[in-house]
Design a protein around this ligand. Structure first.
Ligand code: 5AD
Ligand code: SF4
Length: 395
């Protein structure tokens, strides 16, 4: 039997897509290898949100090239956002790559490999304009009790720093009936927690027939009513689209976890405007207050970027202030990374690297102190937890 090995970079949507890639390869009759060295088909599901994942991929591909020199029959496949962004250049840059595909064209991998994973059409790329939900593919899930559920693909926002709309395209929502059928089947298989995934989950349904019952609030209620699903999570919402009906649905649904991941990006209204986030510091804080008013004991996490073009010390101090004021339970913190083709990459006043480094260190210190405080407040309390598996750092 030929064996595959999939390496995943990036966000939860990529984790979801990798499970589909594995499902598709299993369907072709391949089995999973325990290491990359033992694999006949190695797949990299890539990310291109910042420069760092690009660099990590380059190192991984270097290893794959060396392996392939020893094992010429090995197939190297590169999928995901980096592949999509580099579709014109990928085979030039990495001539040992056999096939490449974007996040919307995963199923092509099956066409190229053929039964048993032999017959490779070299240097093929899934063509644009024929994007499909990866959720339509078979799956090989990592965890028995937890599942990702794709609710939409693509993104209609125009955040000045972000490459995602270019690589994942315009937003398309999955039909509610399909989502519910999948969740119902998962519950029957023993899944207890589902995470609803979309680049902007709470604009879900706006592209579907405008016949009322297709918004994100209705979707939450419908998933909540599926027998056996005890926990519902979702990511990521955009603050601009977090409407009162969604807050009400979160408060009213037993299974929806008391958690919102609410990407702040910056605490400065001036920088938010330049980022095209379409909310102000005040509006963000009002949303936090509304959420906390409706959902007692709500956990809040966020994403923050430091060093966006034009960010001054005063802007950065506003980010620290908002971080402190909200008291996030956790935050993903990023140094701004210019992405070719985005609006912000061409802006004047790029912030020098050392200044970005200095700011992110200050932000991380604050985030860790606040998250520690939040955790300490829970000591001695009885909480419901889901055991996902052994810790990666300490089994
Ligand atoms: N540079 C740094 N961080 C970025 N993000 C998106 N684009 C960039 C970029 N060019 C961050 C945002 C987003 C998270 C997934 O990644 O904070 O919410
Ligand atoms: Fe990376 Fe964004 Fe693509 Fe996810 S959607 S894999 S974070 S570039």
């Amino acid at each position: 039997m030929r064996r595959y090995f999939v390496t995943t970079f990036g966000c939860q949507m990529n984790a979801h897509d990798s499970e589909r890639i594995k499902g598709l390869l299993e369907d072709l009759g391949l089995g999973e290898a325990t290491t990359q060295d033992e694999a006949d088909v190695v797949v990299f599901n890539t990310c291109t949100i910042r420069e760092k994942p690009d660099q990590r991929l380059a190192a991984h591909l270097g290893n794959a090239a060396a392996l392939k020199r020893r094992k010429p029959g090995m197939v190297v496949a590169v999928g995901g956002c980096y592949a999509e962004a580099q579709r014109e250049r990928i085979f030039e840059r990495y001539p040992f790559v056999d096939v490449a595909f974007g996040p919307g064209t995963i199923r092509h991998l099956g066409d190229w490999l053929g039964a048993g994973g032999v017959g490779v059409a070299r240097h093929s790329f899934g063509t644009a304009g024929e994007r499909r939900f990866s959720a339509e593919l078979p799956t090989q899930r990592e965890r028995p009790v937890q599942a990702w559920v794709q609710v939409s693909m693509g993104c209609n926002s125009v955040c000045a720093y972000c490459i995602v709309p270019q690589v994942r395209g315009r937003e398309v929502s999955r039909r509610p009936g399909e989502i519910l059928a999948e969740v119902t089947a998962l519950a029957r298989q023993g899944v207890r927690e589902v995470t609803l995934l979309g680049q902007n989950v709470n604009s879900y349904g706006r592209d579907l027939a405008p016949d009322a019952t297709t918004g994100f609030a209705e979707l939450l209620r419908a998933v909540d009513s599926v027998d056996g699903i005890e926990r519902i999570r979702f990511t990521s919402p955009h603050p601009k689209d977090f409407r009162p009906d969604v807050i009400e649905a979160m408060a009213g649904c037993d299974a929806v976890c008391e958690h919102a991941h609410l990407p702040l990006q910056s605490g400065s209204t001036r920088i938010l405007k330049s980022m095209r986030r379409t909310y102000s510091r005040e509006r963000y804080l009002r949303l936090v207050a509304d959420l906390r008013g409706a959902i007692p004991d709500l956990a809040l996490t966020t994403d923050v970027i430091v060093g966006f073009p034009g960010e001054t010390e005063a802007d950065f101090l506003e980010t620290l202030e908002v971080t402190e004021e909200v008291g996030f339970d956790g935050a993903f913190t990023f140094v701004y990374s210019p992405r070719t083709g985005t609006e912000a990459a061409a802006m004047p006043d790029q912030v020098p690297e050392e200044l970005k480094r200095e700011r992110i260190e200050r932000l991380i210190d604050l985030v860790q102190r606040i998250a520690g405080d939040c955790n300490r407040q829970r000591v001695g309390r009885t909480e419901q937890v889901l055991v996902e598996g052994p810790s990666r750092t300490d089994p």
